[in-house]
Write a protein that binds this ligand. Structure first.
Ligand code: SF4
Ligand code: SF4
Length: 85
């Protein structure tokens, strides 16, 4: 099991990560810490924090490929590739 990151974000928080105009919204309250998305991400930029809640470690490396959203059974990820909501 991977080491847990220590982050100062509430497990209930929805976090929006940005790269240019693209957005990756992470609805942390829905995350159950199953780790399925960790392997699905081709850039390996997803991790669990100390609350077993998902975080994006390097949004600058994100491809906005949607693999995380496709794999997560709990609809944690919402992609907005053109930043138009
Ligand atoms: S959109 Fe793709 S690259 Fe970005 S976090 Fe999700 S799986 Fe990883
Ligand atoms: S697949 Fe979804 S529920 Fe499972 S760890 Fe990833 S974000 Fe959380």
């Amino acid at each position: 099991m991977a080491a847990r990151l220590s982050v100062a974000v509430s497990p209930e928080a929805t976090v929006t990560y940005a790269q240019g105009t693209a957005r990756l919204v992470v609805r942390r309250a829905y995350c159950k810490g199953c780790e399925l998305c960790l392997d699905a991400c081709p850039r390996k930029i997803l991790a669990l924090d100390e609350a077993d809640c998902i975080v994006v470690t390097d949004i600058g490396a994100c491809l906005f490929c949607g693999a995380c959203a496709g794999r997560c059974p709990d609809f944690v990820f919402v992609l907005d590739r053109d930043g138009e909501g």
